[in-house]
Write a protein that binds this ligand. Structure first.
Ligand code: ADP
Ligand code: MN
Ligand code: MN
Ligand code: MN
Length: 369
């Protein structure tokens, strides 16, 4: 028996122990670098609604979220999910970060976005995000690539089948099942153009739940990959040269766009988006200029464009939507490393209208203030 198999067998003995009625809640939050952190605590009984969950805190000076002399950052639970690792009544708790003075933490963009969704409830916004990502091994080589070399050029890998064409299918399958168990609305997966690059889709989700579910899907991916000794990168151009970048296409619709004759509302939204290209791009991920070059199925970073079935445009209207005259559109600009609250938030602001007490375009400056 290998050492790993032996360890797993020993652990299993403990996982089967009765929890004596209490549960474990793993609190998850977004740190100052767009990565996730989490810590666990015991709660007295099974949780049925989010307001039963206590607030908690952590040392923000250890995560770049607060200064050492005033280091407490508060965790405010906003949603919870079944825990696919601990199972039973154990849960994963998504939390917003708040400062000691009662203001949202610099990297808490959920709070501002939620105000916009609240104001525009009647629009009935749906989102679907296509999360692309790349896998690396423990030594920071692209997972499964030949040591010190490169695989054959891109071509056979997208939706690839068979040895040498697809890498780490076990990790991807485990993540898919973990999302379903947790209650995340994962709608599909596919292998991408670059070997060891993959995509999962989450949606359609309404309003703020889109950002919530994407963050939890990312958390589950990191946790699953950790067990396989694999690293996940959300960098938009993880490898220089003739290898595809990674994006997070944002599919969007309102009630009006989905109803018969919805195309005129889709066109009106695209017209509004065309006037705020710069504001949107600012919130569409860092290092995105390395990806939005106009090559590898991307548009140019500096100009706005749209088209039916056009994968080289900023905005694409799917062929089927154009045929039916209603449905949704796809914003292809967002990078894989976006904060989905920023992207869905500014989308709501641009399409449905600005509101007095929220301003998504200021959120970016708030991070560096
Ligand atoms: P692509 O053809 O660009 O690769 P995918 O199939 O990967 O598209 O992803 C499409 C996404 O659009 C899915 O997440 C899906 O849930 C979402 N979606 C489908 N219909 C709608 C809609 N009416 N409004 C918003 N999102 C939608
Ligand atoms: Mn896709
Ligand atoms: Mn893709
Ligand atoms: Mn797409």
């Amino acid at each position: 028996m290998s050492e790993l198999v032996q360890q797993a067998a020993v652990l299993q003995k403990y996982l089967e122990l009765d929890q004596r009625g209490v549960i474990i809640a793993e609190y998850v939050w977004i740190d100052s670098t767009g990565n996730l952190r989490s810590k666990g605590r015991t709660l007295g009984k099974k949780v049925n609604s989010v307001d039963e969950l206590p607030e908690w805190n952590f040392d923000g000076s250890s995560t770049g979220q607060a200064p050492g002399h005033d280091s407490d950052v508060y965790l405010k639970p906003v949603a919870f999910y079944a825990d696919p690792f601990r199972k039973g009544d154990n849960i994963i708790v998504l939390s917003e970060c708040w400062n000691n003075d009662g203001t949202p933490n610099k990297f808490n963009h959920r709070h501002e976005a939620a105000k916009l969704f609240e104001a525009h409830k009647s629009a009935d916004l749906w989102f679907g995000l296509e999360q692309e990502y790349t896998l690396f091994d423990q030594f920071d080589n692209v997972y499964g690539w030949p040591k010190g070399g490169y695989p054959a050029p891109q071509g056979p890998y997208y939706c690839g089948v068979g040895a040498g064409k697809v890498f780490a299918r076990d990790v991807i399958e485990a993540h898919y099942r973990a999302c379903l168990y947790a209650g995340v609305h994962i709608s599909g997966i596919n292998a991408e153009v670059m070997p060891s690059q993959w995509e999962f889709q989450v949606g359609p989700c309404t309003d703020i739940s889109m950002g919530d579910e994407l963050w939890i899907a990312r958390y589950l991916l990191h946790r699953v990959a950790e067990e396989f000794g694999v690293k996940v990168s959300f960098h938009p151009k993880p490898l220089k040269g003739d290898w595809n970048g990674a994006g997070c296409h944002a599919n969007v619709s309102t009630k009006e766009m989905r109803a018969p004759g919805g195309m005129k509302y889709i066109e009106a939204a695209i017209e509004k988006l065309s006037k705020r290209h710069v504001e949107h791009i600012k919130l569409y991920g860092s290092d995105n200029e390395q990806r939005l070059t106009g090559s590898f199925e991307t548009s140019s970073m500096s100009s706005f464009s749209s088209g039916v079935a056009n994968r080289g445009a900023s905005i694409r209207i799917p062929r089927s939507v154009n045929r039916e005259g209603r449905g949704y559109f796809e914003d292809r600009r967002p990078a894989s490393n976006i904060d989905p609250y920023l992207v869905t938030g500014i989308m709501c602001e641009t399409i449905c209208g600005a509101i007095e007490n929220a301003d998504m375009s200021k959120e970016f400056e708030r991070e560096s203030s």
